[in-house]
Design a protein around this ligand. Structure first.
Ligand code: HEM
Length: 182
């Protein structure tokens, strides 16, 4: 926890057993709380080559019925060493009754997504409701994001993308592990 969070009257919690207690609507997603790190690979028909990357994802909450979501990725070389920063995004996952989710996610590439979906048995499936693009952003039409808790400490992530004239198809897959104590 940073000094700023320590002084904040309403700090975010990264664990279901930490204060504040999660709102009851967060019950289906408390398994996501915390920081996750891992590696993945990506592709797209417009790209000359596949790529490998590492990613850190954090879900936290402040006692209200939404998660704060933050993700940072960087490309990696054959030996796993970092090559350069890649996608970053952050946003809010609003939990509704019966596991329904409305997610708002923004990226520094000028893309803002509103996604809808649900969580069921530890698996989250989100699809595009609306995409808003800054004037110079790449043309993204839709995405689909699936997060599956395969056990309490492993989170599998698959991201499909419809962009730059291509139909919705695989862009990214990653396997993330829970960071100890976070
Ligand atoms: C872990 C997260 C991600 C990684 C590591 C990643 C990686 C990449 C890479 C390496 C490229 C090739 C261009 C470049 O070298 O920068 C690319 C292209 C692209 N990505 Fe991703 N990406 C990620 C997430 C996303 C997300 C969330 C979106 C959209 C919502 C997205 C949309 C695109 C688009 C539109 C292109 C351009 C395709 C083209 O113009 O040919 N990416 N991505």
């Amino acid at each position: 926890m940073t000094d700023r969070e320590r002084q904040h009257p309403y700090p975010d919690a990264l664990r279901p057993d930490a204060a504040p207690a999660p709102h009851e609507l967060l019950a289906p997603v408390t398994g996501l709380l915390g920081t996750w790190t891992g590696t993945g690979r990506g592709e797209y028909p417009t790209l000359a080559e596949d790529f490998t990357y590492a990613q850190e994802v954090t879900f936290s909450h402040d006692g209200r019925p939404f998660l704060h979501y933050e993700a940072r990725a960087w490309l990696t070389g054959a030996d796993g060493a970092p090559l350069r920063p890649a996608a970053r995004e952050s946003g809010w996952w609003r939990l509704k009754p019966e596991g329904l989710i409305e997610a708002l996610i923004t990226q520094p590439t000028g893309i803002a997504e509103i996604m809808v979906g649900r969580v069921e048995d530890g698996a989250v499936d989100l699809t595009t409701h609306t995409v808003a693009l800054a004037p110079t952003a790449k043309h993204v039409e839709a995405t689909r994001r699936r997060y599956t808790l395969t056990d309490g400490d492993t989170l599998d992530f698959v991201h499909d993308l419809a962009a730059v004239g291509q139909r919705l198809q695989h862009h990214l897959s990653a396997r993330l592990r829970r960071e100890d104590g976070k």
